[in-house]
Design a binder for this molecule. Structure first.
Ligand code: 2HG
Ligand code: ZN
Length: 479
């Protein structure tokens, strides 16, 4: 397969003809932003960046890639964090950025249909226009695109209520490696006629096809929505209550998250930040003091529904061990100010260097112990390297934590490996919501059974027999 920066003869002419010369980028300056991922850890030269305007142009581009055996990396908003949407060694990049129209948004059917390059924020705005929501939200909403979110099965802050991207999908249109267009856009909730195209594409990371259109289910805007930021301390720090059992702040947080999940109706989000991340976000972004500025951690909880959830929330939080102070907001501005402490972690961390982003899920019963052990395991893996920082935060309500390690060189995998091993030993997942990309390839065989991997490989071989779609991503090479 042609995967160096030398295009096979005739290929560039074919893609230029497919999309027009203005949307076939070969100039290094124009290609640059497509060649490096958001973390700056992953990337490489692109043979060419091709920017089709619609499904039929995508089909022509893929048919050309297939004919000339040119490897191709599909790309949406390039907000991926595992190196799955950037070239590695001279692949063509197929950007869906120009497929960015919302095609319909129908509150009666409860469906929005949009092209794959539509940003999440644009789709959210269209839904808001008919007094509806998407039931999915992520901090990168202004740049992340719906197609990329399907390809990675993105999760985000509302998964505990509405599930990840695959649960929101009502249908899809995708172009296969040979240019075949596969369409299932009916959006019918009940539609059992065989294999589910949308679910096959969800989480496939651009290895099975290029998503061109997406149908998502809408949910109504709830009349009431409340956000609270709750300061937490390990109960060993509460001499005022000698009867309380001694708990680390992570145990306190997990226990409170479980309690809220079980006893409060309409929990939308349960997010956790620790003191180190809070201090960094405040310093980098100049944010004011949160409730209990000396807390060890903060739980951000959001609930919504037909009734005002404030009373129920307060009751569940107030007498919970380890809770210190809380701030509550029910207006958009106040809620956004509380969310900023959590949502702006990613950009604040980026100011420290190139992060190793380890996106993990642990069973709830293993989460607090994992959180207590992760720093020392990272330090041991790096032989006590002193300039390392470990900043952890995430979606505690569904067991998903983001461990960010800053210090090791981008190509140094010792910390990554140590943390992935910890997760597998505890029955967790090495990829909660960011995907596998190239960052976690070495751990896929440990994370999936041999039978599971066989199914994945056979599906890949059936849909992309020449292996032109995002090679080197998701599926490890056969040993
Ligand atoms: C989030 O939850 C994203 O904000 C990014 O998944 C996580 O920066 C990260 O590690
Ligand atoms: Zn996340």
């Amino acid at each position: 397969m042609a995967d160096s920066c030398q295009a096979p003869q005739g290929f560039l002419a074919a893609v230029r003809e497919a999309v027009g010369p203005d949307h076939c980028l070969s100039d290094p300056d124009l290609k640059a932003s497509y060649e490096l991922d958001w973390t700056r850890r992953f990337g490489g030269p692109a043979l060419v960046v091709v920017r089709p305007a619609n499904t039929s142009e995508v089909a022509k581009v893929l048919a050309a890639c297939n004919r000339f055996q040119v490897a191709v990396v599909p790309q949406g908003g390039n907000t991926g964090l595992v190196g799955g949407s950037v070239p590695r060694r001279g692949e063509a990049v197929l950007s869906v950025g120009r497929l960015n129209r919302v095609l319909s948004c129908d509150p009666d059917e409860g469906l929005i249909v949009a092209e794959a390059g539509t940003t999440l924020a644009s789709a959210q705005a269209a839904a808001a226009g008919v007094h509806a929501e998407l039931g999915i939200d992520i901090a990168a909403r202004d740049s992340a695109t719906l197609g990329g979110m399907v390809a990675t099965n993105a999760g985000g802050i509302h998964v505990i209520r509405h599930g990840p991207m695959r649960a929101r999908l009502g249908g899809i249109e995708a172009v296969l490696a040979d240019g075949t267009v596969a369409t299932r856009l009916s959006g019918l909730v009940k539609d059992n006629v065989g294999y589910d195209l949308a679910q096959i594409m969800a989480g496939s990371e651009g290895t099975l096809g290029v998503v061109t259109k997406v149908v998502l289910h809408l949910v109504p805007v709830p009349p009431f929505r409340v956000t609270a930021l709750v300061g937490l301390r390990g109960t060993e720090h509460s001499p005022a209550d000698p009867a309380a059992s001694v708990r680390s702040v992570s145990e306190v947080a997990v226990a409170l998250a479980i309690r809220l999940r079980r006893h409060v109706d309409g929990i939308d989000a349960l997010e956790l930040v620790y003191a180190e991340g809070m201090a960094l976000v405040r310093e980098v972004l100049g944010l004011p003091a949160p409730p209990d500025p000396g807390a060890d951690a903060w739980l951000l909880v959001e609930a919504s529904g037909g009734q005002d959830p404030t009373g129920m929330l307060a009751e569940a939080i107030e007498d919970s061990p380890g809770v210190t102070e809380a701030a509550v907001a029910d207006d958009a501005g106040g809620r956004a100010r509380l969310w900023a402490y959590r949502e702006r972690h990613t950009e604040a961390i980026a100011t420290l260097g190139v992060p190793h982003k380890l996106d993990l899920t642990l069973p709830m019963k293993a989460l607090a112990e994992f959180a207590g052990a992760v720093r020392s395991e990272v330090s041991a893996a790096l032989g006590g390297q002193v300039d390392t920082r470990v900043i952890m935060f995430g979606h505690v309500g569904d067991g998903n934590v983001h461990v960010n390690v800053i210090g090791p060189e981008p190509e140094d995998y010792r910390a990554d490996d140590a943390v992935f091993r910890m997760v597998i030993r505890r029955g967790g997942s090495i990829s909660a919501e960011h995907g596998v990309g190239v960052a976690k390839l070495d751990f896929v065989t440990a994370a999936r059974s041999a039978g599971d991997l066989t199914v994945m490989r056979r599906v890949k071989d059936a849909l992309d027999p020449s292996g032109i779609l995002n090679p080197g991503v998701l599926l490890p090479p056969v040993a």
